[in-house]
Design a protein around this ligand. Structure first.
Ligand code: IMP
Length: 181
């Protein structure tokens, strides 16, 4: 058996850069096939999605609009405050356009609920989500996550956009963050 891969910070590598890029290539093609030539706006949820968003849109071979929304729920802590608020709203008009929200991870699903409610009011032709990661615990009946690259357990992860107290977003892979005890 191979020893678990560790990164430069001694963190266990959960998903390496090659696995991520293979997952994104497949997802991008699926998205392009599903929307064909209908108008599409991709809205990245900052900050966690910024790296995934940049790679995903380049894997969708068709014209599309790009915008960003920034929401906050964690503050500087590792625990969700349970309270999602908009820090910066998106601007692009989406009425009658298909909208794809891009998230880093669907965890409790609170951000998912908030974004769906918020964007639905703007009357898009359809609304779906693409996320790099989804927790196994997410109830897919209540919160259908149409596109996800990887399903993970309860571990707190960092890298490829995801942070722990603002750090490690710039890793090119996803690693397990063990909070100091
Ligand atoms: P929610 O609980 O589904 O609303 O997720 C809210 C946000 O929490 C996500 O978009 C991430 O930015 C952050 N988050 C949840 N789990 C993790 C994790 O394991 N590492 C880093 N950020 C996380």
């Amino acid at each position: 058996m191979n020893a678990p891969r560790k990164n430069e910070y001694g963190q266990k590598v959960l998903i390496d850069s090659e696995e991520i890029h293979a997952g994104i290539r497949q997802m991008g093609q699926r998205i392009a096939d599903n929307y064909r030539d209908e108008p599409l706006t991709v809205i990245g949820c900052l900050k966690g999605s910024f790296i995934f968003m940049a790679d995903l849109v380049r894997a969708i071979p068709r014209p599309l609009h790009i915008d960003f929304i920034e929401v906050s729920s964690y503050g500087n802590d590792l625990q969700s405050t349970g309270n999602v608020r908009i820090v910066k709203d998106f601007k692009h008009p989406v009425e009658n356009s298909h909208v794809l929200i891009v998230e880093d991870i669907v965890d409790t699903g609170l951000t998912f609920d908030f974004l769906f409610e918020h964007i639905r009011l703007k009357k898009p032709a359809s609304l779906e989500i693409a996320t790099l990661l989804v927790r196994r615990s997410v109830d897919q009946e209540m919160r259908p996550v149409k596109y996800s690259c990887f399903t993970i357990g309860e571990e707190y992860v960092v890298g490829y956009g995801l942070d722990a107290a603002g750090l490690y977003r710039n890793l090119d892979h996803v690693a397990v963050f063990d909070a100091p005890v």
